[in-house]
Design a protein around this ligand. Structure first.
Ligand code: RNT
Ligand code: ZN
Length: 415
């Protein structure tokens, strides 16, 4: 079927494909830098990910330097339609002769100026995250909620540095920068004090967030449990629900992998939208746990996008991707997950939401279900192909040939 025929098929359901294409293309999606190197970063390349984060797989060819990571990122995003931002982590600081290595509590804007130059050159926005894992100051698995004053001090100073860096990036780019704090703090086995760590986390956040940073959109990311912290997570959903509800301008970041596997975040977006300026997301795919599998064009990703569209919140839901699979070609992983999010977004924009809402309000639940199911088999593939064509990226599976070529010529040559 041609795009023109597909367009007609959608019109029959009151859906304007032109409007959907334009809206999908305009929504920024923050693409995480950390898929390219298994969350290793540049400040401790020998260390690799650990101490609060887990990555599996040893597919050859991971990016080891700033140059390699930039090249791989550009390769991946050249195959993805839509408006892109780059999501950085503090561990991706650039050190050189002029700005030699410093520890994370001493990082400054200069260590990220090369990223800003890169973003400018390619018309990308930037988002930022303190890196509170893979570091010797994670003591007994704790950072901001540690009982040790020196440990808390180090991480508070790191987070303050990150907010200042984010502020300066925002100034430089004339943009807002999402600065998202996630900590892995928790206990493997039954805690005997649940309150103390949470009091310490609350007080640490108060100190971190005290400075006025007009270019920064602050967020805190909750988690229910993780491998290694099965029994207790300091930064739980209730903790951050309370914290963000009582702290103006601090937004609650929902990660799709951070809840019970049967507790989808698509259900939560509308509630948070009522009480927060922004709802930042980490779109990822947990398989039985927070495994951060590559995002699939699956029911939950599609439902997340439907909610964004239904709530008319494309400017308040800040989408970031957060998956990292080291067991397959990393450029392919980046491309697959990012394209899948774009597919889900476009598909959501192609549903007759006003009509579906009307049916619900009229109590016509039979027709609501009938219509929801009927539109699933409209010729989406043809609109998707048109979306890709207009963005100048491969519409069909040809993108994979390009990734294979890149692997042959570039990543497979890395020792
Ligand atoms: C981990 C959190 C966190 C990280 C990234 C690297 O469970 O989801 O967002 O994945 O910061
Ligand atoms: Zn996350």
């Amino acid at each position: 079927m041609s795009y023109a025929e597909a367009k007609t098929a959608y019109v029959a359901f009151g859906v304007d494909t032109e409007e959907a294409l334009a809206r999908a293309a305009a929504m920024p999606v923050s693409i995480h830098c950390w898929q390219g190197d298994d969350v290793t970063g540049f400040d401790n390349p020998e260390g690799g990910a650990g101490n609060g984060i887990a990555v599996t797989g040893n597919y050859p060819g991971r990016a080891r330097t700033f140059e390699e990571l930039k090249a791989d990122f550009l390769e991946a995003v050249s195959l993805v339609p839509g408006t892109k931002r780059i999501n950085l982590h503090a561990a991706y600081a650039i050190f050189d002769d002029e700005h030699p290595w410093v520890d994370r509590d001493k990082l400054t804007y200069e260590h990220f100026a090369p990223w800003v130059a890169f973003a400018r050159e390619h018309g990308l926005g930037i988002d930022f995250n303190p890196t509170i894992f893979s570091h010797r100051m994670m003591v007994d698995g704790l950072s901001l909620s540690s009982p040790r004053e020196d440990v808390r001090r180090f991480w508070i100073d790191h987070c303050i540095a990150c907010r200042r860096i984010s502020e300066r990036i925002g100034e430089e780019l004339g943009d807002h920068v999402l600065c998202n704090i996630w900590i892995p703090d928790g206990y493997k086995d039954m805690p005997t004090d649940r309150l103390g760590p949470r009091e310490r986390l609350r007080d640490a956040l108060d100190e971190i967030l005290a400075e006025d940073c007009p270019h920064v959109i602050d967020a805190v990311e909750s988690k229910f449990f993780a491998v290694g912290v099965e029994s207790y997570t300091t930064g739980s959903p209730e903790f951050y629900t309370g914290y963000t509800a009582t702290h103006e301008g601090v937004n609650y970041l929902l990660d799709a992998g951070h809840f019970h596997p049967n507790e989808p975040i698509s259900e939560k977006i509308s509630s948070l939208l009522l009480f927060n300026d922004y709802v930042p997301l980490h779109v990822t795919r947990g398989v039985n746990w927070d495994s951060d599998h590559v995002v699939s064009f699956d029911d939950e990703t599609r439902e997340i996008c439907r909610e964004i569209v239904r709530c008319d919140a494309m400017d308040r839901v800040l989408v970031g991707l957060d998956f990292f699979d080291g067991s397959i070609n990393r450029v392919a992983a980046w491309t697959i997950g990012s394209r899948n999010f774009q597919k889900a977004l476009l598909a959501a924009l192609l549903e007759p939401h006003a009509e579906l809402r009307r049916l619900q309000d009229e109590g016509n639940f039979t027709k609501r279900l009938a219509l929801l199911e009927e539109v699933k088999t409209l010729p989406f593939a043809d609109v998707w192909a048109e979306y890709c064509r207009r963005a100048g990226v491969p519409a069909g599976f040809a993108w994979f040939d390009e990734v294979e070529r890149y692997e042959q010529e570039v990543t497979s040559k890395r020792a």
